[in-house]
Design a protein around this ligand. Sequence first.
Ligand code: UD1
Length: 336
Amino acid sequence: MRKQILVTGGVGFIGSHTILSLHNAGYEPIIVDNLSNTHTSILDGLSSILGHSPKLHVVDCCDEEAMNAIFKLYNISGVIHFAAFKSVAESVAEPEKYKRNNLDSLQVILKLMDQHQVHHLVFSSSATVYGQPDVNPVLEETPWKEAASPYGWTKQEGERMIQAFAQSHSTFKSALLRYFNPIGAHPSGKIGEYPIGIPNNLIPLVNQAAKGQRELKIFGEDYNTPDGTCIRDYIHVMDLADAHVKALTWLEETPLQVEAFNLGQGKGDSVLEIIRLYEKVNQIKIPFEIAPRRSGDVEQIWADVSKAKKLLNWSTRFSSEEALLHSFQFEKMIDQ
Ligand code: UD1
């Protein structure tokens, strides 16, 4: 029998790809999603790739009663908690909304895991916990700077809540996965990043610029980097999805209780480099203009991923080229 894994936010960008990785690794994912920032066409894409409809409960993770009913319904052996708001700009405008949604949902998950004796949690954290590091690449033990946004603060606080919970619950274990910049899409083009409304992140905006739907703005060309634009560590979402399965199986075996892992390619690309690469692999011109810096942006950050390689036996399989190709492939499918 397949082990049942509760996946909150399983219809989202990283969540949906992880559903496939879980299924391929022999688990049965149970999705909980309030569908607040994804399109239901992702469900059609998922069902088409899987060959069946995944189990889905349209529930908000902050709703303890509804979540309790789901925990009762299944024999859950682990939880992957993606469900969260993730727009830096929106979090600045509405900090309370972020605090409530991102931390209350985690509180509910931890409480129910305790009540139902579920011991393994994979948590969606972010490179945002580091702020602007003094030295790159960043290691997991790099001390945190003050969060640059309320969104970033919810990720720092989420990690702290999990650490504190682990101290009073000796059988509880957790992998804190610090994502760098997830991009790409399933190579079939059937699922990918499909946010509601105007996207915030670079690649969905580049995709829309490629289709002539908007003009792309590069936020700042006067940073202290070789070409003046910010540097990030872009990682293919398929590689990220695999890391969740590796983290889950690692939790089943490790004597360690709570560990953080950086997940990136381990190299930095500038905004301009990414746009040029996108143009090259997709054979398309991206019109852009240079705009002022965006508030809250860090100048440059990329990951040291040796810990995930060593402990999780994980490494990336996809290049930035493939990620950008798959991203645009999915974007073109949206219109069909
Ligand atoms: C941000 C968060 C990250 C979070 C992610 C999820 C910070 C510092 N970063 O990543 O933790 O997980 O969002 O949403 O909190 N850019 C442009 N033009 C655009 C959009 C972006 O030039 O129209 C640039 C940005 O300035 C940045 C790069 O592209 O240098 C990547 O931006 P984005 O995709 O928004 O991700 P981050 O800000 O790195």
